[in-house]
Design a binder for this molecule. Sequence first.
Ligand code: BTN
Length: 268
Amino acid sequence: MNETIARELETWPPRIESAVARCGQHIHNYTIISSVSSTQDTARQLNAPPGTAIIAGQQTAGRGRFGRSWSGEPGQGTYVTIILQWNDAPRLAIACAVAVTDTLRSLAQNKTEFGIKWPNDVLARPSTNQPWKKISGVLVEQFNSRAVIGIGINVHQQSWPDELADRAISLHQLGIETERIAVIESLLLSLNTALSLDDKQLVKRFVELDMMTGCHCSFTSGGEKYTGQIIAIDPQRGLSVLLDGEQSPRWFDADRTTLHDLPFSRPS
Ligand code: BTN
């Protein structure tokens, strides 16, 4: 780890301590580690109890959904894992996506549009005539009857490898300059709030932020490729899609399904 990041990390403990103290209900412990392979692995190695946040300065082998890798360039993004009592994974995943969106909106002071690509990618676009790109991803895993929820947010990245250039964006690229610790503080507080929403409130928030209902999309589910129009999204049941050539919609669950397309505009 370089000296700049080491100095940056020295400022984190009191700020995270204070954010966690304000969270109270869902997050009450934290561990800060300068460099890890993946905060998801650290959570397992520490066998951390529910309510613990694992926060890393950098990740050398961050992972995403479906075995994809998650870029962990030193000092560029935020890498947080929260351990929660495992009760309802789809609900937890959606609460996390809502929390990330709230965090980004508040950091952007509502000057940038953010939305959710089901189940839990958070998208942003720099202006109305530009395409949406991914700024954050959430990974939900299970360990010892606990939910291990990993959240990555792109903060300072100035460029991307070719394969991500059309799909990924950072706060810096949106013109939002902020410290990583400010993103983490806000995330912990937003998570605590979103996890406290009841089912009705959570669905209402998700529907406001959902970018995909109404879109015609290609997607993979259980290894099969499909195309069709998304009719509805339900946090429990998943995606209801009217497949091309079919007469009635089918449900596809979040565990096995990944949408390929990014929306160009929010469907009406
Ligand atoms: C995805 O979009 O596929 C999910 C990405 C999740 C990335 C975060 S970063 C913190 C935590 N540690 C990991 O290895 N992955 C998650």
